[in-house]
Design a protein around this ligand. Sequence first.
Ligand SMILES: Cc1cc2nc3c(=O)[nH]c(=O)nc-3n(C[C@H](O)[C@H](O)[C@H](O)COP(=O)(O)OP(=O)(O)OC[C@H]3O[C@@H](n4cnc5c(N)ncnc54)[C@H](O)[C@@H]3O)c2cc1C
Ligand SMILES: NC(=O)c1ccc[n+]([C@@H]2O[C@H](COP(=O)([O-])OP(=O)(O)OC[C@H]3O[C@@H](n4cnc5c(N)ncnc54)[C@H](O)[C@@H]3O)[C@@H](O)[C@H]2O)c1
Length: 486
Amino acid sequence: MNGTSPAYDVVVLGAGPTGENLAERTRAAGLTTVIVENELLGGECSFWACEPSKALLRPVLARADARRVPGLRRAVEGPLDVAAVFEHRDEMAAHWQDEDQVAWLDSVSVDLVRGHGRLDGPRQVVVDTPDGETVRLTARHAVGVCTGTVTAFPDLPGLEDVRPWTNRQATAARQVPERLAVVGGGVVAVEMATAFQALGSRVTMLVRGRGGLLGRMEPFAGEMVADALRETGVDLRFGTSVASVARDDGGDGPVRITLDDGNSLVADEILFATGRAPHTGDIGLDTVGLTPGDWLSVDDSYRVTDVPEGWLYAVGDVNHRVLMTHQGKYQARIAGAVIGARAKGEPLDDGRWGRHAPTADSAAVPQVVFTEPEVASVGLTARDAERAGLKVDVVDYDIGSVAGAVQYATGYRGKARVLVDSARRTIVGVTFVGPGVQELLYSATVAVTSEVPVDRLWHAVPAFPTISEVWLRVLETYRDSDGTAA
Ligand SMILES: Cc1cc2nc3c(=O)[nH]c(=O)nc-3n(C[C@H](O)[C@H](O)[C@H](O)COP(=O)(O)OP(=O)(O)OC[C@H]3O[C@@H](n4cnc5c(N)ncnc54)[C@H](O)[C@@H]3O)c2cc1C
Ligand SMILES: NC(=O)c1ccc[n+]([C@@H]2O[C@H](COP(=O)([O-])OP(=O)(O)OC[C@H]3O[C@@H](n4cnc5c(N)ncnc54)[C@H](O)[C@@H]3O)[C@@H](O)[C@H]2O)c1
């Protein structure tokens, strides 16, 4: 169909996890909603990020755990069954088909238009459909941009010719390269280095800074992950930047990587895990007075600043607040409720922790890094607190001393850090590093978002013998350090 569809209350551009949730929430608020998607419903997360990457990592973490359990070690001595891992990965990526998501969208009564969407002036979206037609969509109340991100590449001569891997090639790989170079020291880099080293690659990590891995987290997290990566055989090089890349043998051979110190190395593939760029280059931003290719900055109701009349919202990765699926979905729930309330002329409940306030975006973002050891964090780091001028008591505890950890694994290595706001005596940041800590994170998230006084936490009794007894040990350490009996 070439033409104009009936007007909707809300048009959502991009059906990743954020767009899907936004559309479902605006529909639940009684607003007619259409979503536009030009690849697969479910977005990067379902097909080339969270789901397939965690499927590659799960056997790696389970094997590492099993190797620390007396009586099991010999049973898991051998290499991973790569074909079976890839088969499981394929399943977790739904074989790159989205019919289940289409059925779900239908079940929540959201319409779908497939194709590339672009803004075309206020409240207008034009979609180029796969069959070469054009559909114009008009939004009565709001357009939500949820177009996510793509890999941000460094500016390197000859880069395109070497067919570099991004998260897409890494998570959907059909073969394990014998030698894999990974550029970057963030989350994608450490997770993919962990996975491919265990699958059989010889991994070299090229990290430009000297400050360690996982730069936004507590420094000990990056240090413990770095030590473990080295132990598995990863060649970890800090203070190293790539100067140029080229494929040997007329472009069909391995990649020759020249470093800024003049040294070089050869790899079969090179993965760029060098951060993300906004997917906004070709979505018609210029038609509404914005600059194509920019992040979309938003106010605390996810309305794009600098666009008059407040009809344009940006939710998820594209607003550059927090680049994670669960947080994009959190934002979508709030933005959907905000759009619904505004459409009905209702006041917003936007005080701290209110129904329409994105308080967790700044106070309590949880993240798990699925490396070996795992890293789980929420809220502030000690450095964040210092930068914010917030006085905190830092309580550290060696998780390996907890009875549950001794049960969990022989020679358990782990560390917990809990930050207590010195004035309010509430918890404002938690980091756990160690095997199996991912499932501890929600307890920390509840503690931070509830602003529960540490004195009350004494009544939250952790079961014996579980790793969660680390909470009790942290409370004891805090009590004994400041002398406040409880
Ligand atoms: C390797 C990797 C692993 C990750 N692992 C995790 C994890 O374990 N946990 C976690 O929380 N986060 C993880 N993330 C981050 C997570 O993938 C993102 O935060 C999440 O996908 C963002 O969701 P989104 O909906 O905002 O954007 P996206 O998932 O990028 O979705 C955007 C959608 O918009 C569509 N689109 C774009 N432009 C247009 C257009 N013009 N017209 C129509 N459609 C358009 C795209 O096709 C896409 O479907 C990972 C990221 C990477 C790279
Ligand atoms: N488990 C999870 O929750 C999970 C997993 C993967 C990704 N993610 C999210 O996805 C986002 C993207 O992850 P990412 O690892 O790509 O980004 P990142 O920002 O976490 O890390 C990027 C890394 O690349 C380096 N870098 C940037 N530009 C460079 C350059 N020109 N040359 C060399 N190095 C360069 C940075 O110093 C940093 O080490 C993050 O926000 C992350 O939290 C989450």
